[in-house]
Each structure stands twice: as structure tokens, then as C-alpha cells.
Design a protein. Structure first.
Length: 241
């Protein structure tokens, strides 16, 4: 198999990072704008399906979920990090059309019960074997005519510059440019940079994703655009082979 992995052989360090407060969103406006864009892009991907059961795997704070739920029969939210799970369970308790899964509920999700799975901006934090195991889980739970979207996949040798450029451009366009500059400074001195330097991100070429998907029972095609603002990164549609 071609490349991947300039370091993230295991996602433990990253999972630990995401279980604490982190400086990833420059301010509340950044988080709002980020999740609104994700919701718009996901709604566009869902538009041809009638009341699909959708699983957002690695959903994070999922602030866009109420805007996605109307496109779904049911929207399932799952994040493997316990602190995130607790936050979203509290946030969406009783919200119509949204069900937050804990680890046990994810594990016991019936085979062939999901139409669409979305995993946005998570693959970089998993080692390749971990991503393979996650894909096996997706393959089992997807209906035969279902699809999985792997988005925000970082190409090899991307480095930090495209991320910085994308954040500043988004900040300038959406009214949080100075907060974005401060956020970058905070990130520079945070554990994020340490971990990114130490553990790295898992990166994939187009061919790398196709080969990995193939090993786990999927065919993969690259989409013309990524989900979210950072168009240096890639999105793929996976179908059960
Ligand atoms: C950048 S956020 C993406 C959140 C959301 N999908 C979005 O698009 O905004 C990364 C998510 O991956 C999850 N994550 C990080 N490391 C992980 C790991 N090793 N295993 C599983 N999930 C992990 C974190 O809890 C976090 O919610």
C-alpha cells in the first residue's frame, strides 16, 4: 500500500487532546461558521435520499446537527472521545430526530441499518490500522446501497501552511480575522502543535484511500470538493463493493 502515515500510528495522543479543552476554534463565531458550512455541505450530499438514517461518526460538538436533522429520517451522532460524548448527549437530549450514541450503542448498532455515514476531519487522528477497523465497522452497518463519506482527508506532505491559510481566509471572509490570528498564536503554544509535531497526522493520497477502502470492502471515488472550508483537503464517497 502506498504511503500514509507520517506518524499517527495510534490515535491515543490525539484522543487525549480532544478530551480536554482545546484552542481549535478561534472563538464562538468560528465554531458557528465552521459547523454551518459542514451542515450545508452535508445537506447537499444528502439531497437525493429520502429520509435516510445518517450516522455522523466523530461528530465533535456537532453544532450543525439541528440543521442536518431535517434532511434525515434519523441523525445518529457518535464520537469516540468520552468528554465529547457527554457534551453532545446533554446538548441533544430530547432533540427530535437526533440520537446520540455511546460506545455500547455504536457497537450494537445493527448490521445494515444505516444509509449514510459521514466521517469528517477524523481520519488524520487515527493510525492506518485504526482507520481500517473503523471502515470494517462502517461496512457492517451500512445497507448495501448505502454510502460512506470520508472527508477532510489530508494529502501527504501538506504541512501546516494550507491549514493556516485556510483559517485566515475563512476568518477574513466571515468576520473573525483577528480572532483567527490570536487563535493561531494560542495553537502555536498549545499541546496541539506539540502533538502534531510528535505524533503527526495520518495522510493519504487519492490512491492510498482507494487501496485502503478496497481492503475493507469498499470502492472509493474522490468528490470534486471537500466538505468544509479547507479545499486543500479531499473528500471521498465509499460504496460497498
Ligand atoms: C476535528 S474534530 C472533527 C469534528 C467534526 N466531525 C467536524 O467536522 O467538525 C475531530 C474529532 O475526532 C475525534 N477523535 C480524535 N482522535 C480520535 C481517535 N483517536 N479516535 C476516535 N475519534 C477521535 C475527536 O473527538 C473530535 O471530535
Amino acid at each position: 500500500m502506498e504511503e500514509n502515515n507520517n506518524g499517527a500510528t495510534s490515535g491515543n495522543l490525539w484522543a487525549d487532546f480532544w478530551s480536554h479543552d482545546h484552542p481549535i476554534y478561534a472563538n464562538a463565531r468560528h465554531a458557528t461558521v465552521h459547523y454551518r458550512r459542514i451542515a450545508e455541505d452535508l445537506n447537499a450530499l444528502l439531497k437525493d435520499r429520502v429520509r435516510p438514517t445518517v450516522l455522523d461518526w466523530g461528530c465533535g460538538d456537532a453544532f450543525g446537527a439541528p440543521a442536518i436533522a431535517p434532511s434525515c429520517g434519523e441523525l445518529l451522532l457518535y464520537d469516540a472521545v468520552g468528554a465529547v460524548q457527554k457534551r453532545i448527549a446533554a446538548r441533544f437530549a430530547g432533540e427530535k430526530g437526533i440520537r446520540v450514541l455511546d460506545d455500547e450503542a455504536w457497537r450494537s448498532l445493527p448490521a445494515g441499518s444505516v444509509d449514510v455515514i459521514v466521517m469528517n476531519s477524523v481520519a488524520q487522528y487515527l493510525g492506518q490500522a485504526e482507520l481500517g477497523a473503523v471502515l470494517d465497522g462502517f461496512r457492517k452497518r451500512l445497507r448495501q446501497d448505502g454510502v460512506a463519506y470520508l472527508a477532510d482527508i489530508i494529502p501527504p506532505d501538506a504541512g501546516m501552511l494550507p491549514d493556516i491559510a485556510s483559517l485566515l481566509a475563512t476568518g477574513a471572509r466571515h468576520g473573525f480575522f483577528f480572532a483567527a490570528c490570536l487563535g493561531l498564536a494560542r495553537t502555536w503554544f498549545s499541546r496541539y502543535r506539540q502533538i502534531r509535531t510528535q505524533a503527526g497526522f495520518s495522510t493519504y493520497s487519492e490512491r492510498g484511500i482507494r487501496e485502503l477502502a478496497g481492503k475493507h470492502g469498499f470502492s472509493a471515488e474522490r468528490l470534486p470538493a471537500n466538505v468544509g472550508f479547507n479545499q486543500q483537503r479531499m473528500a471521498f464517497r465509499l460504496r460497498p463493493a
